[in-house]
Design a protein around this ligand. Structure first.
Ligand code: WTA
Length: 644
């Protein structure tokens, strides 16, 4: 690593930062040598109803049990709202920027508190009780944040389903956790188009008898059907109930939310986060990673349907009394200057987005960025996938004009918040590296047998001990939790990612080592796309792999074997792509479909994905050993007829 690739800490940032290098090192040391003392202090950043005295009680062995702050009680919504009212009731909590650039509004902490109390009362009136699961299927409107906080306030567990998911995907997520209520909207808006949320929800609910009540947010006023006895309008019900509500006392280990995410096998699993540890981690990481100072305007461009939206649009910023921006639209509507115009319009100081957005905007050149000022910007962030050095440098030079440190935050739905990331005033940057672990995080690289690899090396990325924001279980299936994350390497949390550690101890995430594809920063299980494909009557068998894609990071490449007598045509190819969009959602649509008369399998019938990945990536000279295949001739055909 040459010095040219190191971007030193900016003195003007370090001078005012919450943590400089010395402070980071001191915190890291203390969190690893005395976790009880360190987190016993740090947890005081929250307002507890009963202060915890038992801090850490965790084991990664046997049945795996993770408990933090277990005798403490609190309410997450009260931490995000009530405790701020005295000091900053009139400060803006949420700046909402609509899809239409003429549409924006500001909601103060007092106003947000009132909206949350009203929805909490509405949900209670609908019969929702502490411990019930409420599914949220909303676009990026203020009511999405209100919905999360209202659930938290009454002790209901929210399960947000991304608004881009299909009725089938929504239904299976409702069925898995048996939600009693759904919060949705008439229609969403994105990039000038409408999204038929209520229509999708109605379709999904045909197979979801557990849902007794549907609360509908009026957004576009589009014509939708309301089922009497089940569906109510939020604005009508909210007007009937008081604007105050007493937050429910929750144990630190009571569930806060479920969020479904894709893994290598089977259907998406419900990642369960609990209240105390998650909130401590959300607040701690939001404050330190973004060096958040009171009064700053902070914008994370994620959707609330993903974990990044949960932790870094809603819970982290609001717990810290920040002003958080919520954006309904997309980066290229009405033009590719939109992000930068929004930054100028609302004087954004901290901006957090995904590499895929940066790469897409890079294609349009520098002009759409340069015509804006962006002088309010102080810190830039990246999340969701490895950021390639070209995109990093463009972000740094064109967007940040070399003034703003870039925090490349590595984390997962399972981790609750960032684990490996620079701190703006503490960490010299290396473009493409997520750099160093946060206090309390012990990364470990292991070989295929689970032996620890020391020094500068590359291996499977594991975490050796628990941190407060860690997921606690897979909802309703603790055995799957243990199996998925703790059985590959005994006593370690296995992330599913590979990483390299350099001579300075910096981590470079190399991507997933399992059958998860990262498409534009969204996780997709190959098994999910395969089962959608084989559900089509023309398909006999399908194998799906990721391949390098200029904008998306990874694209979806599907090998499809048709049933006998079906002709492979371009029309059928289009039909299959549309089919997958409809079955799962647009993010799962294959970029490439190659007709495969047969798939490469071992003699025991296992599909050799390694070979399929090589063909998809056009690395056909290095296919490796194909002698163990049942029928090596299959590979020749696939190579000759490579698509895309
Ligand atoms: C990938 C999103 C490299 C990684 C917060 C991880 C990253 C998966 C980064 C989790 C990063 C996320 N650098 N890779 N900065 N951030 N990833 O659950 O493969 O949607 O395992 O959480 O995204 O995706 P998830």
């Amino acid at each position: 690593m040459s010095d040219a690739d190191i971007v030193p800490v900016k003195p003007e940032i370090a001078a005012h930062a919450l943590a400089n290098r010395a402070r980071y090192e001191e915190m890291y040391l203390r969190a690893s040598s005395e976790p009880e003392a360190f987190w016993g202090e740090e947890c005081k950043r929250l307002t507890w109803m009963k202060q915890p005295t038992k801090i850490k009680n965790t084991t990664f062995f046997g049945d795996v049990s993770i408990k933090w702050f277990e005798d403490g009680t609190l309410n997450a919504a009260a931490n995000c709202l009530d405790r701020h009212l005295a000091e900053r009731g009139d400060q803006v909590a949420i700046i909402w920027e609509g899809d239409d650039p003429n549409d924006s509004k500001k909601v103060t902490y007092r106003e947000l508190h009132e909206q949350v109390c009203r929805l909490a009362n509405v949900l209670t009136a609908q019969g929702v009780k502490k411990g019930d699961v409420v599914t949220v299927y909303l676009p990026m409107v203020v009511e999405a944040a209100v919905a999360l906080l209202a659930c938290a306030r009454i002790g209901a567990v929210h399960s947000v389903v991304f608004g881009g998911f299909s009725p089938d995907s929504l239904a299976s997520r409702v069925q898995d956790c048996g939600s009693v209520a759904l919060i949705t909207a008439d229609e969403g808006r994105r990039g000038g188009r409408k999204v038929a949320l209520k229509v999708n929800a109605d379709e999904a609910l045909k197979t979801c008898p557990s849902v007794k009540s549907v609360v509908v947010v009026k957004i576009t006023g589009g014509d939708v059907a309301m089922q009497p006895g089940r569906d109510v309008w939020l604005h009508e019900e909210a007007a009937k109930v008081p604007a105050t509500h007493e937050p429910v006392e929750m144990n630190a280990e009571d569930p806060l939310f479920i969020l479904y995410t894709s893994g290598s096998t089977g259907k998406p699993k419900g990642v369960l986060h609990t209240t105390g540890g998650y909130m401590v981690w959300a607040s701690f990481t939001h404050q330190y990673v973004f060096d958040y100072h009171p009064g700053e305007v902070y914008w994370c461009t994620a959707d609330v349907g993903w974990v990044t939206g949960h932790t870094y649009i809603v819970y982290g910023p609001l717990a810290n009394g920040a002003t958080t921006l919520m954006f309904e639209g997309v980066p290229n509507y009405p033009s590719t200057s939109r992000f930068w115009e929004v930054i100028d319009k609302h004087k954004v100081n901290i901006f957090y987005t995904a590499p895929t957005a940066i790469r897409a905007l890079m294609r349009d050149g520098e002009e759409p960025v340069k015509k804006t000022s962006r002088k309010s910007l102080r810190i830039l962030g990246s999340v969701g996938e490895p950021i390639n050095p070209e995109a990093w440098h463009w972000y740094d030079r064109v967007v940040g004009e070399h003034r703003c440190p870039i925090v490349d935050t590595w984390w997962q739905t399972e981790t609750g918040g960032a684990l490996i990331t620079p701190l703006p005033g503490a960490t010299a940057l290396k473009p493409g590296s997520a750099t160093l672990p946060l206090p309390g995080v012990k990364p470990m690289l292991v070989d295929g047998e689970g032996h620890e690899l020391r020094g500068a090396t590359e291996g499977n990325l594991c975490i050796a001990d628990s941190w407060p924001g860690q997921m606690r279980t897979v909802y309703g299936d603790h055995a799957r939790f243990v199996q998925t994350y703790f059985s590959t390497f005994k006593g370690l949390y296995f992330t599913g990612d590979g990483a390299r550690r350099d001579e300075d101890g910096y981590y470079w995430i190399t991507g997933r080592v399992d059958d998860v594809i990262n498409v534009s920063g969204h996780r997709m299980g190959t098994a999910e796309v395969e089962s959608a494909l084989v559900a089509h009557q023309a398909v006999a068998e399908a194998a799906v792999v990721g391949f390098p894609h200029d904008i998306k990071g990874q694209g979806i490449y599907a090998y499809v074997t048709l049933v006998a007598d079906v002709e492979p045509t371009d029309a059928l190819r289009k039909e299959l792509i549309t089919w997958v969009r409809k079955e799962i959602g647009p993010i799962a649509a294959p970029d490439v479909i190659q007709w495969a008369p047969g798939l490469p399998k071992t003699r025991s019938g296992k599909i050799m994905r390694r070979i399929l990945r090589k063909i998809a990536a056009n690395e056909t000279e290095s296919l490796g050993d194909t002698s163990t295949l049942a029928d090596p001739g299959v590979v020749t055909d696939l190579v000759e007829n490579r698509a895309g």
